[in-house]
Structure formats: C-alpha cells, structure tokens
Design a protein around this ligand. Structure first.
Ligand code: SF4
Length: 99
C-alpha cells in the first residue's frame, strides 16, 4: 500500500475526481504521474490507482481518491495535461474545485 493510501484520513486535503467515461485514453496523466494513474488494458481508459469506483449499469462512471497536500502538485500537473478536462481536483475543506 502506498503512502497516500495508508496515511490517516486527516491528512487528505484534496481529492481527485475522475470523469472516467469521458477519458479518451491519451495517456498524458500516466506519463506525468504514473504512481497515481494507469491505463486499463480492457478499455484503454485511465484509472486512478486505488480509487473508489462508482458504477452505473456495470460501468465505472466516476473515480475518487483522497490525496495529501504533498501529492497535489503532481496530480494538478496530470489534470493540467488532460486534453479533455476530465480530471478534477477538489479541496476537501473549502469544497473548491481547483481544476
Ligand atoms: S489525460 Fe485525461 S484523457 Fe488522457 S488518459 Fe488521462 S484522464 Fe484520460
């Protein structure tokens, strides 16, 4: 289990919110932050490693992963690199959607 997953819940200042159905599988997020993102061979879209999956009719419609502040910059970079803007990062305290 990685640091961001094993840390206690109190340190998680942000969460990643991945609109997975609209991912085009370009791989940019994986190139930027391979410790958080991977391409799923079955459908070619990216997955947030270790995320909570929300499903509808057997399809993952959303992935959510809490992250510590120390992992913010890397995932913000991944979100910035996404050509279709399906990676969002939310500040858990203020509820502000950073991207
Ligand atoms: S950068 Fe965006 S479109 Fe490309 S694989 Fe990642 S989430 Fe999908």
């Amino acid at each position: 289990m990685s640091d961001q997953q094993s840390a206690s819940n109190g340190v998680f200042k942000f969460y990643i919110d991945h609109d997975r159905p609209n991912c085009i599988g370009c791989g940019a997020c994986v190139a930027v932050a391979p410790e958080f993102w991977e391409i799923k061979a079955a459908d070619g879209k990216s997955d947030v490693i270790g995320s909570e999956k929300q499903e509808e009719n057997g399809e993952v419609v959303r992935e959510v992963l809490n992250i510590a502040e120390t992992n913010y910059a890397k995932n913000k970079e991944a979100a910035d690199s996404c050509p279709v803007n399906v990676i969002h990062i939310v500040n858990k305290e203020t509820k502000e959607q950073v991207i």
